[in-house]
Design a protein around this ligand. Sequence first.
Ligand code: SAM
Length: 215
Amino acid sequence: MVDSYRHKGLRRALVKKIKEKGIHDEKVLEAINQVPRHFFLDTAFLEKSYEDIAFPIEEGQTISQPFTVAFQTQLLDVKKGDKILEIGTGSGYQCCVLLELGARVFTIEYNERLSKNARILLGKMGYQAKFFCGDGSKGLPAFAPYDKILVTAGAPVVPQALKDQLAIGGCLVIPVGDHKLQKMLKITRISETGFEEESFQNFKFVPLLGEYGWK
Ligand code: SAM
């Protein structure tokens, strides 16, 4: 795995592009600048790694578009030491961006092979996260509460289980909609029973499967 001068140049150009598209959090931009995205794609697609596009990975899944990763990360407003649950490990790329920001990441993936591949790759890259394989639509109650929860697949509704696993003051970022389009929501837990919801632009994600996802 080589992160050459050329890759770094392509990455800087990508960061410039997503900044022009509206990502203003310098810490998020720097995290994107640090993570070698080409490590997550097959070597045959090196040229695609630093285009602002989602890209197919194994098992019919996708690595999210860099703008989308940056947008969700910016909404999370990650603080050093935040305990974050990521639902949908996929390639592991988003997880690295969160780790670059100093978060402690618990990441859960439905697909066993993807989970294993991400665990191996992140290990080789020197990143440390806690990997789980299972239905993340139910969250990961054994380790709750979380300061932040990030869902990287499109949900039909906001699972109550995820809201219940937020710490007070914590937030959940989740795309919710139908199979074609999902609205990005940020839900903040303001008290034991109180939640505030903010709504942002539309995105297109692969479906969140499982008990509280698409059947
Ligand atoms: N965050 C990933 C990355 O950086 O590559 C992109 C994730 S991809 C857009 C969505 C992922 O969510 C897929 O890998 C899919 O298998 C996973 N997924 C779907 N439903 C899930 C569930 N109920 N629990 C955990 N993972 C799920």
